[in-house]
Structure formats: C-alpha cells, structure tokens
Design a protein around this ligand. Structure first.
Ligand SMILES: Cc1cc2nc3c(=O)[nH]c(=O)nc-3n(C[C@H](O)[C@H](O)[C@H](O)COP(=O)(O)OP(=O)(O)OC[C@H]3O[C@@H](n4cnc5c(N)ncnc54)[C@H](O)[C@@H]3O)c2cc1C
Length: 570
C-alpha cells in the first residue's frame, strides 16, 4: 500500500474475543500485530460477559475423564444446528473446522500461560439430542488479579458481575437461601472479598478475567494495542484485496498498512437501532446487554467491499427486565425466570413455552408468540415463596424492594391471583386457570404442556432443594407478584459469511483477499441455535485463532518464496 503512516503484518479491528488470541498467534510466529479499539476500554462485550467458551473434547475433559470426541460433538451439532441452505456460516465444513480447532485453540492459550479450566457441570442446552453431554463442554478463565495490569487496569472493560465470583459459583450463589452449598458459596465470596481488600488484590471474574488474562499476556508479548481508535474504512489495492485500514486515533486520521491481512473482530450491531429495524424488527437497542461499541459499522464496511451476509435476523436472545433506578439499567433474568414458584405468561395470561429452555430459544418463542398474542413484554408471575427464596433483578432474596418498582408499575403485588390479573389487565378467570394447571404440573413434577424440567439443563437452572422437580414449584402462597420483561440480547448473531479459514466471502463464494472476520461480525457457526454455554465467545476466539494461523501461514510461505528467489538471484 502506498503512503501508509504506519505498517504492521496483521491489523485487528476491535479488541473482542478473538483479537488478543489472534495477536498472540501472530506474535508466536514472529510477526507484528496491531489491535485497534474504538472505545476507551479493551475487551469488548467479551470482557463484560460470563467469559465461557463452548469447546468440545477439550483437554480439561480428558483430565477429568469426561468422554468426548470430534465425532460425538459433530453428531450433536448435526442434530441441533443441521444443514440449511440459508445458513452458509454454519455449513458442516465450518462446524467440523470449529470442533477440530477449538481444543487446539485452548491448548495454544494454555501453552501461552492463560489459566483456564472447565465447568464441572453445565449441561449442553439440548441435552436430549444425540451427541449432547450433560456434563457440558464449557471452558472458562480462572479469576484474574487485574492489579497485575498496573495503571492499565482501568483500561479493561468491567464485567457485568461486580464481585469476584468464580464461574461455577455463579449458579450456586442465587440459592444461598435454600441450599447449604449456596450458603457456603456466599461465605467463601465474602471471605474472598475481605481478603482481597487486605492484600490489595483486584480480582475480576468471567469475561473480564478471560480478557484481563489475554490483555496481560498481549502486553507481555509486546502487542501494540490502541484505544479510542475507531476504524473508518478498509483500504484496498487495485485488485480489490484488503491492504490496510483508515483509522481515527484521538481525532487524527491515519492510514495503516496490513501486509498479511486485516481481521475484523468488531462485534455485531446490537446498539444500532436502524440496523435492528432493518434486520430484526420488533427488537430494541434498549434491551441489549452488549458493550456500547456494538454498532455494526464494520459489517456495513465489509458489505461495501462486496462481502455477503447471512443470519442478520438472528440474535442471542436473553430475557431482560428494566426496573426503574437499577444501576446498570438492565437486569438479565434468565436464571430468575427458571426458578420454582413462578411461571411466565403472555399479556392475555396464558403460558406459551418452556421457561427453562436456553435463553436464545426462549426469546425466539417470545417474539414468535408476539405475532399472534401480545407477549412483548411478558410477565413473570410468582408468589411469596419465590419472593423469600430467590433474587429479583439482582436484589437479595427476601430483601425489601425499592418503592419505585411498585410505584412505576414494574413490580405488581396483589393478595390473590384474580386481583393480580385485574391489575395486569388480564382476564382473572384465565390467569387463575393457567396458574392452577401449572400448579398441578409442579406438584406432579411433570409439565404436560411444555416439558419444563424435562432436560438436565432445565433442572440445572432450577433449585435442587425443590421436589419433585427442581424446575417447578406451585405458585400458591399469597401475596402474589408479577414483573414484566423483554426479549433482550447479549449480541446479534448474523454478519458476513466466512469460510473454514475465517476469510470473508463474496456472494459468489470467492474470497475477499486479505480480509478475515470473527465473532459477532460474522454469520455464526451455530446457525440459529445455541448448543451450549459459550457458543459466542468460543467461536470468536476460535476463528480469531484460525484466521491468524492462516494469514501467518501465507506470510511464512511468501517469506520462503522470497528467500528462494533471492537464492536464485545470488
Ligand atoms: C452479560 C453478558 C454475558 C455473556 N456471557 C457469555 C458467555 O459466558 N459466553 C458466551 O459465549 N457469550 C456470552 N455473551 C455473549 C458474548 O459476550 C458476545 O457475543 C461476544 O463477546 C462477542 O464477541 P466479539 O468478539 O464478537 O465482540 P466484542 O467482544 O464485543 O468486541 C468487539 C469490539 O470491537 C470494537 N469495535 C467496534 N467497531 C469498531 C471499529 N470501527 N473500530 C475499532 N473497534 C471497533 C467494540 O468497541 C468492541 O470493543 C454474554 C454477553 C453479555 C452481555
């Protein structure tokens, strides 16, 4: 590229999941990467997230004697994702590349010194399908002391959980009122926080632990990373191949050459309401939990260069509530709506789906229900047993709820189910019948309408102290309550189509040379499904790893050819 202000071997746009992984691969092969991040913080939504990666057949499963294989994982994905003509990002070839490369990526990170582990039990979300594993295939990063970053600690995007809770503890904590393990977990957390204060540790958890560890390693490896650096345009050579980027850094425009490729890891378009209206009508940027940089302009920029897109209508749905005055504005209520002594109804007072299925499929059902019966928002109906035992929008079980919640009508209370229905504008007879039918299922431990609790995953989200099904308990003790929630998201799930090497493709199927993409900038490898926890962060890391290996492989080949040519000329 002519007249570049700076030149690097591999330029990475966005500091999301795959970015630092790709940068470490580039570094390990002796080349120079650059990471450009638009916001003032590194880590993207990935740092904000749970930081879980879905990695079949990983080294920790082998260590713990949990049997898995490429074939078994492929059987599962073949059943859950399947082959569909309109899902070119989720072809069998791409799924196989994912299942093959994911454990290698984990091995690479461990070799680099990133402390990872596996969750002891987190069932695949469709654990009733062939090839599924009840133990799950999830990998996470151990808690990280962000103090190791020195003053750059403040440049790491914070996690959505403000306390240093370990991955496996996340599911125990909300049960501290009903189980001994929950109480023990709470005690351990309090002790950890007190010790951290005394010893000056700055523990971060989930995605901040993962991205914090990656950030730390990238700094140690000498990776050049810049914040407030929003890429405006991709620069191309005469033959159309991508050769660099135009970036605005602290208000100044720079042309940066990328000798062996550009990787887009710039997230999706969850905060771009115009794009949402075009591709996902009926959803709102107000309901997303993604980081503010998730605005979609790099997807549009790749489209300008002829990139084909798919799955643009898909998002990873996540049930969110918007109680007034909440710090952080939105509450993710996936685990809350799966607890006993509660059920979900549409605005007419009818149940319409299994409350304990994966968040993505729940929100798909919610939006689909809304086409015939108003269901956005839907209502969580619960009783005083629920109020005493479980968290509500992140508040402690049994705690006094803010008055503004009642005054605003977000949280509604009534002495009977009939009166609750009246306050919600529903037919009392209908809601009473819905609750009575559900209570029958809860007492028998079998949901004949939607099979709530039928899968290991459903029960995992419930409460082990509840019998006969951990997933259900009758809604029977006054007073009764309701709060409304929306089909929010933790990311969009469509974008540019990429091949097995993470290269961006045109509609014709040809490669846009020099251009790679990963994460939610792409049409996801899991199609319209969420096979297990970590089906977003996992692919972001894996395709970043794959892209860097491919680009650097080509770089090494060209270096060899240049060496041979030089030898011939000598
Ligand atoms: C609370 C929460 C919990 C979650 N938990 C999990 C989980 O445990 N496991 C899982 O798999 N998924 C989880 N998700 C979803 C997952 O976090 C995201 O889908 C995933 O992190 C997206 O990663 P990414 O690499 O595509 O992009 P991101 O991590 O969002 O990074 C993209 C980065 O690119 C930057 N950027 C955008 N445009 C530009 C530009 N023009 N120039 C430069 N930089 C740019 C953005 O500012 C951002 O920092 C969770 C999400 C949330 C919100």
């Amino acid at each position: 590229m002519e007249s570049a202000d700076e030149s690097f071997d591999f330029v990475i746009v966005g500091s999301g999941g795959g970015s630092m992984c790709a940068a470490l691969v580039v570094k390990s092969m002796g080349y120079r990467p650059l990471i450009l991040e638009k916001t003032d913080l590194f880590g993207g939504t990935t740092a904000k997230s749970g930081g879980i990666m879905w990695v079949p057949n990983n080294r920790f499963m082998k260590r713990d004697g949990v049997a898995d294989s490429t074939e078994q994982a492929m059987t599962y994905l073949d059943h859950v994702v399947g082959d569909h003509g309109d899902l070119p990002g989720a072809t069998r070839a791409r799924r196989l590349a994912y299942v093959t490369e994911a454990p290698r990526m984990v091995d690479f990170l461990v070799d680099q010194g990133i402390e990872l582990n596996r969750h002891p039990y987190w069932p695949d979300y469709n654990d009733d399908q062939p090839g599924a594993l009840k133990e799950g295939r999830t990998v996470f990063a151990e808690l990280f002391d962000s103090g190791l970053l020195g003053p750059l600690r403040r440049s790491l995007r914070p996690n959505f959980v403000p306390v240093p809770v370990k991955s496996q503890e996340m599911w125990e904590l909300p049960l501290f009122k009903t189980t001994w393990l929950g109480k023990w977990t709470m005690a351990r957390l309090v002790l950890r926080m007190a010790t951290a204060k005394l010893t000056g540790k700055h523990w971060v958890s989930g995605g901040a632990a993962l991205q914090g560890r990656m950030f730390h390693k990238a700094l140690q490896a000498g990776v050049d990373m810049r914040t407030n650096a929003g890429v405006q345009r991709l620069l191309t050579d005469e033959d159309g191949s991508v050769s660099g980027v135009l970036v605005k850094i602290d208000g100044r425009e720079l042309r940066i050459a990328a000798r062996f490729g550009v990787l887009i890891n710039a997230g999706g378009f969850a905060h771009n309401q115009t794009m949402r209206e075009k591709y996902q009508p009926g959803t709102s940027a107000e309901w997303t939990a993604t980081c503010p940089g998730d605005t979609g302009e790099m997807i549009e920029e790749m489209m300008r260069l002829g990139a084909a897109t798919a799955q643009m209508e898909e998002m990873v749905g996540n049930q969110v509530a918007l109680p007034p005055g909440l710090p952080g504005r939105i509450a993710l209520v996936v685990s809350e709506i799966a607890k006993p002594h509660s059920l979900v109804v549409d605005q007419s007072g009818e149940r319409y789906t299994n409350e304990t299925q994966s968040y993505m499929s729940f929100c798909q059902d919610m939006l689909s229900r809304h086409k015939t019966v108003p269901a956005v928002p839907s209502w969580l109906i619960f009783d005083s047993q629920y109020m005493a035992h479980y968290m509500i929008a992140g508040t402690l079980p049994g705690s006094r709820k803010p008055r503004a919640w009642y005054e605003s009508g977000w949280l509604v209370k009534a002495p009977s189910v009939g009166e609750l229905a009246q306050r919600l504008g529903m037919d009392p007879a209908k809601l009473k019948a819905t609750v009575a039918r559900f209570n029958g299922f809860a007492r028998n431990g079998k949901d004949e309408d939607f099979n709530r609790g039928g899968r290991a995953y459903d029960r995992f989200l419930g409460d082990r102290a509840q019998a006969p099904s951990p997933a259900m308990g009758p809604v029977s003790r006054a007073p009764f309550y309701a709060y409304r929630f929306y089909p929010g998201d933790v990311g969009t799930y469509g974008g540019v189509i990429t091949d097995v090497h993470a290269r961006v493709l045109r509609e014709s199927g040809t490669v846009i040379r020099g251009l790679y993409a990963t994460g939610t900038s792409t049409a996801g490898v899991m199609g319209r499904t969420y096979p297990g926890a970590g089906a977003s962060v996992g692919p972001s890391f894996v395709w970043g790893y794959v892209a860097a290996k491919h680009a650097m492989g080509a770089a090494m080949a060209s270096r060899r050819t240049a060496g041979m040519t030089a030898a011939v000329h000598e």
